[in-house]
Design a protein around this ligand. Structure first.
Ligand SMILES: Cc1cc2nc3c(=O)[nH]c(=O)nc-3n(C[C@H](O)[C@H](O)[C@H](O)COP(=O)(O)OP(=O)(O)OC[C@H]3O[C@@H](n4cnc5c(N)ncnc54)[C@H](O)[C@@H]3O)c2cc1C
Length: 472
């Protein structure tokens, strides 16, 4: 018999047992309570440092389940967490003692090749989307790890390998279906509920539960020129200075991410490099391979790279590259900021702090923005970092609690040192950092507009387990 660990809330009966019995009669998906064998599996999220015990996990099979779960949660008054892929850095998709509305089972994808559109359920992961669209040489620009949830990523903006060519994930969003706090089902697009459509393009889950996303598809690959080029980390300042010049006039086909880390013990990394601190310029060239080779040449010829893995490969293969470096269950903490440019000061601070990273499994990426991201008007969507040059995602990772505090201190130290250069911050890269940081993520004008929208769609702050925009 499966032994179920007693949870802090799990010992107590569900606060509204008769209501739960009624919900069971209409619910098509799975209702998981602490005494169920699958409870631990479903309450766990990507970040292993988060350990919360909801009273109920409502694993929705479709829109009717979402509506029923919202109504039930409203009746009980319990706090609600909404879960797409469960990859929220601070664990906002699970709560203690409340109800998790889990969209994980809603993984339907419908590709319309002729119209170049895709409709995706709220439970799908980025890899599912690429798997469905890349056979047609099409893609939606999204993130850089395939097991990330599409829902949460899209609702915050969505940065990734194709952003300089096709913009953020939200820049290709055509419509959403939403269940609001009062249980209404509404569609939002450029022509229907346009205020809500603005709000979901960066405003997170504040306005309701998105059950379906519809995106425009764009030609990509299927082959791209992609992969990391590595130098010893002690050369970081020189590499970053050269990199800065190299990307200055880069075409939109190029998106890069600079990663500081210790070389991982992966099959394609020679054993003598394993554990050595490195800086990697990681390339994704989504245009003609020949032109890409020409453009990348000066960077790969700079100094003496210790390893060059940048080569033609299927886009889906490139998309999986970081998967083993960011698995579920490790302990993660982040500090993030945008900077306008890689000035000498920013480069020197980055280089000095990176060599002090202790953990062997930290992956610290700096995303290159610009291109198509910057060509969309600031007010067109909620996302606020379009004018930034780079996004820093200062990751502290350990396998367990061991060494976590030390690594967090390292992350905070680098972030603090960069403070004079912070411009904005990407909302999906925030931990639970308080209202001022959420305001900083959106800027004061958009934040006020978001508050007004919140008053319209969720005046009682039913959806508050998120990067919350309070109606008050
Ligand atoms: C390994 C990893 C790699 C990442 N890489 C990138 C990247 O390349 N680019 C990038 O932009 N971001 C990236 N992120 C950040 C990512 O965008 C956020 O963590 C995002 O929230 C993940 O979405 P999710 O559905 O998995 O999250 P969840 O934890 O399920 O949800 C996150 C938040 O969104 C809300 N939410 C989720 N689904 C819905 C819904 N259907 N309706 C309403 N609200 C909802 C939740 O309530 C919660 O507040 C990465 C994160 C991880 C862990």
């Amino acid at each position: 018999m499966t032994q179920v660990r007693a949870a802090p809330q799990g010992d107590r009966p569900f606060p509204d047992p008769s209501g739960l019995a009624a919900l069971r009669r209409e619910f098509e998906g799975e209702l998981v309570i602490p005494s169920d064998a699958s409870y631990d599996e479903h309450r766990r999220i990507w970040n292993g440092s988060i350990d919360r015990y909801p009273a109920l996990i409502a694993r929705c099979a479709g829109v009717a389940d979402v509506t029923a779960a919202v109504g039930f949660a409203r009746d009980t008054g319990l706090i609600v967490a909404v879960r797409g892929g469960g990859h929220s850095f601070p664990g906002l998709s699970v709560c203690d003692g409340g109800i998790v509305i889990d969209l994980g089972p809603m993984r339907n994808i419908d590709v319309d090749v002729a119209q170049r559109r895709v409709s995706a359920g709220a439970g799908i992961r980025l890899g599912d989307l690429d798997a469905a669209t890349q056979p047609f040489g099409l893609a939606v620009p999204a993130g850089i790890v395939t097991h990330t949830g599409l829902a949460g990523l899209t609702l915050g903006g969505g940065i990734g390998w194709l952003m300089r060519k096709y913009g953020l994930t939200i820049d290709q969003l055509l419509s959403v279906d939403v269940v609001t706090a009062d249980g209404s089902f509404v569609r939002a697009s450029e022509t229907e509920n346009t205020d809500l459509f603005w709000g979901v393009r960066g405003g997170g889950g504040n306005f309701g539960i998105v059950t379906r996303f519809e995106f425009r598809l764009n030609p990509v690959g299927p082959m791209v020129l992609a992969g990391p080029i590595f130098w010893p980390m002690e050369q970081s300042a020189r590499v970053l200075r050269f990199y800065r010049e190299w990307i200055a006039d880069a075409p939109d086909d190029l998106t890069t991410i600079v990663v500081h880390r210790k070389a991982p013990p992966l099959p394609y990394v020679p054993p003598e490099l394993h554990g050595r601190p490195v800086v990697a310029v990681t390339v994704c060239w989504a245009g003609s391979i020949e032109e890409g080779e020409k453009f990348v040449r000066p960077m790969r010829r700079f100094g003496r790279p210790v390893l060059d893995l940048c080569q033609p490969k299927p886009f889906v293969e490139h998309q999986q590259m970081f998967d083993p470096s960011l698995p579920s269950g490790w302990w993660y903490y982040f500090r993030s900021c945008d900077v306008e440019a890689l000035t000498d000061e920013v480069i020197d601070i980055t280089a000095q702090h990176s060599v002090e990273m202790k953990s062997a499994i930290n992956t610290f990426p700096i995303f290159q923005l610009g291109g198509a991201v910057a060509r969309i008007g600031d007010d067109e969507t909620v996302f606020n970092g379009r004018r930034a040059g780079h996004t820093f995602n200062i990751n502290a990772t350990t396998a367990t609690a061991d060494g976590f505090d030390q690594e967090r201190a390292w992350s905070r130290g680098l972030w603090e040192a960069l403070r004079p250069y912070h411009t904005s911050v990407y909302v999906n890269f925030l931990m639970e950092e308080g209202e001022d940081r959420i305001r900083q993520a959106y800027g004061p004008a958009k934040y006020d507009r978001l508050k007004a929208l919140k008053r319209k769609y969720d005046p009682h702050n039913f959806f508050r387990q998120n990067q919350n925009i309070s109606p008050d």
